[in-house]
Design a binder for this molecule. Structure first.
Ligand SMILES: C[S@@+](CC[C@H](N)C(=O)[O-])C[C@H]1O[C@@H](n2cnc3c(N)ncnc32)[C@H](O)[C@@H]1O
Length: 249
């Protein structure tokens, strides 16, 4: 997540309307930008000392970046990382090294320490139950559905499943979430810009919608009821970020 401000506001709005977030899983920890921002938002929303777990196979960055031309991502690295960070990134081989690199960078850039453990694959995850899961990798429909099916049982019944790049960023991930919704796995409650927020059951989704709409900090010009949400069930409500509040240029 190199998140647009719209998604940062949406995430904060959700976090402040949920009690007791203690564990969060990020599927795709990459440069840790998302972890750093989530960590700050959780602190600001009153959830302190959250334990994060990040999953990243490091084939795309770190060790894998050493011999890759990756022109686009070279530009990307130049924009996101200092020359020193680019050098140290190339020496990351293990999940522990990645976790330490992200922890140091998060503290340096945000001033907020992060509790983080990293693993390289979903299969290495324990039976830990999470309050929040952020799904930020996967190209094909089957690949994304596999991740949803594997990780959703690790989400608490009251938990929140955030799918990133729900747009042209990851079109087949979007298709996978539609199938997961039809299979009764994911229940949408908030459509932000690139992120969509789901609950594990309809009752929890509606509880969160009502809490956000009642929140005096919520600006109804930014977040409002999404017409047509009865598609998901009688009287079912979802919230969308108003298109006029989104910067598309
Ligand atoms: C879009 S990036 C994540 C960005 C990250 N959330 C951030 O804010 O910096 C996706 C990452 O997922 C990793 N990845 C992709 N598929 C994976 C898989 N099946 N298992 C583990 N890691 C994977 C890639 O190495 C890549 O770093």
């Amino acid at each position: 997540m190199l998140s647009p401000p719209e998604d940062v506001i949406a995430t904060w709005t959700v976090f402040k309307n949920v009690s007791n977030i203690t564990n969060m899983l990020e599927l795709g920890s990459y440069l840790g930008g998302g972890l750093g921002i989530f960590n700050q938002l959780l602190h600001q929303a009153g959830h302190n000392g959250v334990q994060f777990v990040g999953v990243d196979h490091l084939d795309f960055i770190g060790a894998g970046a050493r011999n890759r031309p990756g022109a686009w991502y070279t530009d990307h690295f130049n924009k996101c990382l200092s020359p020193e960070e680019q050098t140290t990134l190339k020496n990351l081989n293990t999940a522990d090294e990645a976790a330490n690199w992200i922890k140091e960078r998060t503290l340096r850039l945000t001033g907020t320490p992060i509790n983080l453990v990293c693993v390289k694959t979903e299969k290495e995850l324990s039976d830990q139950q999470y309050d929040v899961i952020h799904h930020d990798y996967g190209d094909g429909v089957d690949e994304n559905l596999r991740t949803i099916r594997h990780c959703l049982p690790k989400l608490k019944d009251t938990g929140i499943y955030i799918v990133d790049d729900w747009c042209t960023g990851a079109p087949l991930r979007t298709v996978a979430t539609v199938i997961a919704q039809q299979e009764g796995l994911l229940h949408p409650f908030l459509w932000a810009k690139n992120k969509v927020f789901y609950a594990k059951n309809p009752a929890r989704a509606q509880e969160l919608v009502n809490a956000i709409l009642k929140d005096p900090d919520n600006n109804p010009k930014l977040f409002k009821g999404m017409p047509g949400s009865e598609y998901f069930g009688s009287n079912y409500k979802t919230i969308r970020m108003h298109w006029q509040a989104i910067q598309w240029s």
